[in-house]
Design a protein around this ligand. Structure first.
Ligand SMILES: NC(=O)c1ccc[n+]([C@@H]2O[C@H](COP(=O)([O-])OP(=O)(O)OC[C@H]3O[C@@H](n4cnc5c(N)ncnc54)[C@H](O)[C@@H]3O)[C@@H](O)[C@H]2O)c1
Length: 433
């Protein structure tokens, strides 16, 4: 016997193609739908609203389909309270735990909807009934403690579909000439054949807007939605863009930096020896015995004790990390099995490294990922869907993978990172090179 249920969805459903995606998925699953209500709003800043009835072959098929649609923001109209179960051991979730998306998520408790704090994908939701009012938060598996009340199943869980980067009143007069049309071209996920000057101008406008919001909310940069996160891979240094990124840090466009041992080592190697992986950054020619330069740099750093100590000793006097230390920009260096040394500042326990990154994510409104598969995807996993995310990589597969892993909000820019960062610095006012 067939089964049916009424569902609803609110948000920017049309320009994000979400509605089309959901309807396609219903038909592809062999089910059918009937639109009961559709309100598209009148401007592209208005949210749309849809109510629809879905019919599938039976209860089991319907439940399976609805669960798969739920992650796109299609929610049950008649929802019961969320079911909770206690965790029976530290770091272990009850079977059937609700696995989060990075969308804003609410749980229904005592008939009221309660937003879960700090949305993050692939986590669980823990409800704390001892607080007044009751609170809910997103918790990664390893941080769950025995006795924590965990949401199980997806009944009583509502997700809000993400917005795509779009024109906002505060960016309309920005460097790209502003306005809604100029954003239209960014509605595809990946830009490899788009005018790069427009893409650069769009990113520059976002960084500028975030910096001015930060200036208004205080020097600490902790104002809600005013922080810019940069994730950098070693190609930034290899392509000669470290000086431009250092300039962006110096000028206050960067609030926090995530990288690994490779980027940090080559940034310091370029600053101290003028090479990146033994190749002269200025002349592009390999130096004799230069292949060991980065190892010598790591060794010196290990003797000095930390990057900060190297700056304070006057040993490190330029580069991205130097500027971060001077400007008080937090840096999280996460380790990998590829690392030489590593530098003393690298957090080699990857669970701890991800936790350190997590602590820096609050208040980030723009994320700029520059040529690192590993660190870009690791960061994408931590960011709420509302963060305007740009991923610059020469390999289209990387930017596509980021979106496929759940960071649907990411806009991919397929280009050489050296040229991109240089253009970005120029668009933001860098002169003299
Ligand atoms: N000597 C070392 O210790 C060392 C050296 C390199 C990397 N690592 C570490 O290994 C891990 C993975 O390293 P990773 O980030 O290099 O590798 P990765 O494979 O994760 O990312 C490198 C990315 O750079 C992109 N890329 C290369 N050239 C580019 C260009 N010109 N323009 C735009 N994109 C370009 C590639 O497509 C790739 O996506 C990191 O933790 C890193 O710190 C350590």
């Amino acid at each position: 016997m067939s089964a049916r249920e009424v569902l609803r969805m609110d948000g920017h459903l049309v320009d994000s193609l979400l509605l089309a995606k959901v309807l396609d998925a219903i038909v592809a699953a062999g089910a059918s739908y009937r639109i009961l209500e559709l309100d598209l709003g009148t401007t592209n800043l208005d949210q749309s609203h849809v109510r629809l009835e879905v019919e599938a072959a039976g209860e089991v098929a319907l439940e399976r389909l609805l669960e798969s649609l739920h992650v796109h923001g299609l929610n049950r109209e008649d929802s019961a309270d969320a079911a909770l179960e206690p965790a029976d051991a530290d770091g272990v979730l009850p079977d059937g735990f609700y696995a989060t998306t990075n969308f804003v998520t609410a749980v229904r408790l005592g008939g009221h909807w309660l937003r879960a704090a700090n949305p993050e994908m692939d986590c669980a939701i823990v409800v704390d009934t001892t607080t007044d009012p009751v609170s809910a938060r997103t918790v990664p598996m390893h941080r769950v403690r025995r006795g924590d009340m965990v949401v199980v199943g997806w009944n009583g869980v509502r997700v809000e579909p993400p917005e795509r980067p779009r024109a906002r009143p505060d960016t309309e007069s920005s460097a790209d000439g502003g306005g809604h049309e100029s954003f239209g071209f960014m509605t595809s996920d990946v830009s490899s054949e788009k005018p790069k000057a427009l893409v650069v101008a769009r990113v520059a406008a976002s960084l500028e807007a975030a910096r001015s919001r930060r200036d208004q909310t205080g020097a600490g940069g902790a104002g809600l939605g005013s922080r810019v996160l940069v994730v950098a891979g070693p190609a930034v240094v290899h392509t000669g863009a470290a000086a431009d990124l250092a300039w962006l840090v110096r000028e206050g466009f960067v609030s926090v930096l995530f990288a690994g041992n490779g980027f940090a080592t080559h940034d310091i190697e370029a600053a101290v020896l003028g090479t990146s992986l033994g190749v002269s950054v200025d002349a592009g020619a390999p130096q004799e015995h230069g292949h060991a330069n980065h190892l010598r740099v790591i060794n010196s750093l290990r003797r000095l004790g930390s990057i900060r100590a190297a700056v304070e000793a006057g040993w490190l006097t330029s580069g991205v990390l130097y500027e971060c230390i001077r400007a008080g920009v937090p840096v999280v260096l996460g380790g990998s099995v590829r690392d030489d040394g590593p530098l003393p500042d690298v957090i080699t326990d990857t669970v701890r490294a991800a936790d350190a990154m997590r602590e820096q994510v609050a208040g980030v409104s723009v994320a700029l990922m520059l040529a690192s598969t590993l660190h870009a995807i690791a960061t994408g996993n931590l960011l709420p869907a509302g963060v305007e995310t740009y991923c610059v990589d020469i390999n289209q597969a990387v930017v596509t993978k980021l979106a496929d892993r759940g960071s649907h909000q990411a806009f991919g820019i397929v280009t050489d990172v050296g040229l991109f960062v240089r253009e970005l610095a120029v668009a933001l006012g860098r002169r003299g090179h």
